[in-house]
Design a protein around this ligand. Structure first.
Ligand SMILES: Cc1cc2nc3c(=O)[nH]c(=O)nc-3n(C[C@H](O)[C@H](O)[C@H](O)COP(=O)(O)O)c2cc1C
Length: 328
């Protein structure tokens, strides 16, 4: 798949996820085969007010390419300036958020609220495209609700004003996450544009990825929640799409090493207190589905220090090995 001059091959991407897809998480996804990662969304207004958090969200690892910075907002000039600032950080593309369903975002007209305001949405894309030299992509939901599926016609307009790819999360704003994704929305967008279309929503297995591509004609897939505690999903999908081959799931040692690496990187970028607090949930994901994981889950939620986290992971590893990995 080509986005502007960039070749994304194989086109298996990490979704932007606020509170999750920071640069520690992205480095893990990339090592496991994600060929394009998108940052957590950065609020354009906050960025222009020089909020330290916005600049932190845009930090990238050296060599972390290609990577996109996602910006959210609905005032065309503000979005243009934010895109310019984001480009200066050294990212490879700007992604515009038109999918966030959260009330505090949509009440300002941002995120998925733009799906209800075609003129504004198109003007946001046009202004952002003219403010930067790198490719601009847009991530949408299908529409506000099932009576208002606006993504296909919006995608056509976005292409006309210079967007280089569209990602579609196959739900409406009102679906939140309660309904299953309806991949037909992806097909509907794909039919309307010539630029690449990335399908997103409920891809959990390599078979899902293949089915999504076959059913919709999508040029690539984007994975969010299925990567929680399972970054190997990217490699499994890649291998299955390329060679029809199933890779073995990670064994206990690989899981433990990944969890330890994740803890170390999070401590590096967030400091111990915040990192361990945020890693509590992530660790439960790495350890889930294994013997005794309920007990370990409760203990994860009580972690406060890096030493405690590392000791818990080592203890879990010994336990898992004593079970002779029969659960793998
Ligand atoms: C915790 C979380 C945070 C998210 N944050 C963002 C975000 O910042 N920007 C965005 O466009 N989508 C965001 N999303 C939506 C995901 O990018 C993706 O569209 C959605 O999870 C569906 O894909 P999945 O079924 O593979 O998880 C978020 C989703 C989750 C679960």
């Amino acid at each position: 798949m080509k986005i502007g001059p960039m070749i994304i091959d194989p086109p298996v991407m990490l979704a932007p996820m606020a509170g999750v897809s920071n640069r520690a998480y992205r480095s893990i996804a990339r090592r496991q085969g994600a060929t394009l990662c998108i940052t957590e969304m950065v609020n354009a207004n906050a960025l222009l007010h020089n909020s330290a958090k916005s600049f932190w969200l845009m930090e990238m690892d050296p060599g972390e390419h290609p990577v996109g910075i996602q910006i959210a907002g609905s005032t065309p000039e503000v979005m243009a300036e934010a895109a310019y600032q984001a480009e200066r950080q050294g990212c490879d593309l700007i992604d515009i958020n038109m999918g966030c369903p959260v009330p505090k975002v949509v009440k300002n007209g941002d995120g998925s609220a733009l799906l209800n305001d075609a003129d504004r949405a198109v003007s946001v894309v046009r202004e952002v495209v003219s403010a930067v030299k790198i490719p601009v992509t847009v991530k949408v939901r299908a529409g506000w609700n099932h009576n208002s599926i606006t993504a296909p016609s919006l995608a056509e307009s976005f292409e006309r004003v210079g967007a280089r790819a569209i990602t579609i999360h196959a739900r409406t704003r009102d679906d939140l996450y309660t309904r299953p994704a309806n991949w037909d929305f992806i097909r509907q967008v794909k039919e309307r544009v010539d630029i690449p279309v990335v399908g997103n929503g409920d891809v959990r297995t390599p078979e899902d990825a293949v089915r999504m591509i076959e059913q919709t004609g999508a040029d690539g897939v984007m994975i969010g929640r299925a990567s929680f505690g399972d970054p190997w999903i990217f490699r499994r999908i890649t291998e299955f799409v390329r060679a029809g081959r199933h890779l073995d799931p990670p064994d206990a040692l690989e899981r433990a090493e990944m969890a330890l690496y994740h803890v170390r990187r999070m401590v590096e970028i967030k400091g111990e207190t915040v990192a361990i607090r945020e890693m509590r949930k992530q660790l439960t994901w790495y350890l889930r589905g294994t013997p005794g994981s309920n007990t370990y889950r409760n203990r994860c939620y009580a972690l406060n220090t890096r030493d405690e986290a590392e000791n818990l992971i080592h203890e879990w590893l010994n336990h898992a090995r004593n079970e002779e990995l029969s659960w793998i």
